[in-house]
Design a protein around this ligand. Structure first.
Ligand code: FES
Length: 138
């Protein structure tokens, strides 16, 4: 595996939250989250399909309830393994998956669309006044 595409050790991904990281697509960066499953790891882009400017993981892990990811804004819930929205204003929508693979206890980016940029936040949301992100950061 290419060390440049290594995101994290599997053990670093919380079982009750998510692990935030940033990928690059040319000049653009996108945030994504690693989600730990009982039998592996999946990754999704870090936004809610209801309002794409709302992040699921705001830096301390996306909330999980009964084995599902929860968007704190309006309470939509998503299956951790498929990203399928089971309840909420975007019911039926699906989180955008990012391909990752695991080897020797580590998770690697395996998606041709992106390069691994860094662990953690992109930082973009701190600088912009995009959309519905208000002063509270909600
Ligand atoms: S922004 Fe996520 S449920 Fe509305």
């Amino acid at each position: 595996m290419d060390e440049d595409s290594r995101i994290a050790a599997v053990d670093e991904i919380p079982e009750d939250g998510s692990f935030l990281f940033t990928v690059r697509d040319g000049f653009d960066t996108e945030e994504a989250i690693l989600v730990r499953l009982s039998d592996g790891v999946v990754a999704f882009e870090n936004y809610c399909p209801h309002w794409r400017d709302i992040r699921l993981d705001k830096g301390s892990g996306a909330p999980r309830r009964d084995g599902e990811l929860v968007c704190e804004k309006h309470g939509a819930t998503f299956e951790c393994d498929t990203g399928h929205c089971t309840y909420g204003p975007c019911e039926g929508a699906v989180l955008e998956e990012i391909d990752v693979t695991t080897a020797d206890g580590s998770v690697y980016l395996a998606d041709d669309r992106y390069e691994f940029e860094k662990r953690g936040s992109s930082g973009d949301h701190d600088l912009s006044s995009r959309g519905r992100i208000g002063f509270s950061g909600q």
